[in-house]
Design a protein around this ligand. Sequence first.
Ligand code: NAP
Ligand code: ZN
Length: 350
Amino acid sequence: MQTIGYAAQSKDSVLAPFSFERRDLRAGDVAIDILYCGVCHSDLHHAHNDWGNTVYPAVPGHEIVGRVSAVGEGVTRYAVGDNVAVGCMVDSCQHCDQCDKGEEQLCRNGFTGTYGGHDPVFDTPTRGGYSKHIVVREEFVLRVPNGLDLSRVAPLLCAGITTYSPLKSWNVQPGSRVGVVGLGGLGHMAVKLASAMGAHVTVLSRSDAKKADAMALGADALLVSSDPEAMAAAASQFDLIIDTVPVEHDVQPYVPLLDVDGTIVLVGQVGPVGEVNSIPLLFGRRRVAGSLIGGIAETQEMLDFCGEKNVLPDIEMIRMDEINDAYERLVKADVRYRFVIDMASLDLAA
Ligand code: NAP
Ligand code: ZN
């Protein structure tokens, strides 16, 4: 099946129209017409080869919402016309202990990313959601709950699950004290989800510029991370801190903010995080941890939770040909709070 998308041809090039093929339907496959795709900071890292493993042409996009256009033999869970979604993974081994537990993101044999993974049919990198169509095996397709505004669902597929999963893993309950470092795409979903779980939520931002936004999103307070006095006054105040900062930064200042047995979970920056002093870890049994997206079952659970509570991201809808400007704004943290591409704009742009 021929499709069209937007691709980066090199780390320095802008994204531009690119024609490529999707595989013919195999048994167990679902073909999807993509309606919307969210713009994650990871897309930008991938397009710019920030992780050193990008093979070009690169088609980013792993926050995909669409409608089923065809199903392969044996597909039982989806039918033509269903509203569905695809997140950061399109395959995994399906037989290791982690896949058996529904933690495909931790597959012992490595999951296949929606983009930048290995596509065994074409022997190319997998190509993501900045495109009109995608074909995905049934096990990696999610159901969009009825009643959710489809145009706002896409960011749940990465920003949503990446923040929902640590909130669940660290057992956030009504009254839990949760801090969120960085109020961007992931950060604003962390605020909405933690607040929907009944937590007391504090945004830790570099300035107080986003204070009104933070409160409107459901936060109870905003702490300015560049203010040493305010940081000192917040010592031992948090059970869980989720750090979404996308660039190398100093994690140490956040550690003393944790209470005894508290954990700071890194979900943003991939790579070195600077020095962490063990003293506040030892004297308080505090932990520094990491977390990667979430499994397929947990992603469906998150979508259903958002359906029940009507939790949706704040988005700015863009046309496909506005993507390069959107990337520039993302670098400047100038997005309130997630760009979503309206894929109906792709024909015109291409
Ligand atoms: P984003 O929308 O660009 O938001 C990042 C936020 O971090 C900004 O809004 C800003 O908040 C803060 N920030 C930005 N630059 C900073 C700097 N130089 N120093 C300190 N704070 C800074 O990005 P995103 O889409 O939420 O993605 C965040 C990161 O998560 C990316 O690196 C992405 O690759 C990663 N990610 C990881 C996973 C996973 O599974 N672990 C999944 C998805 C994404 P303030 O203005 O409030 O300070
Ligand atoms: Zn992402």
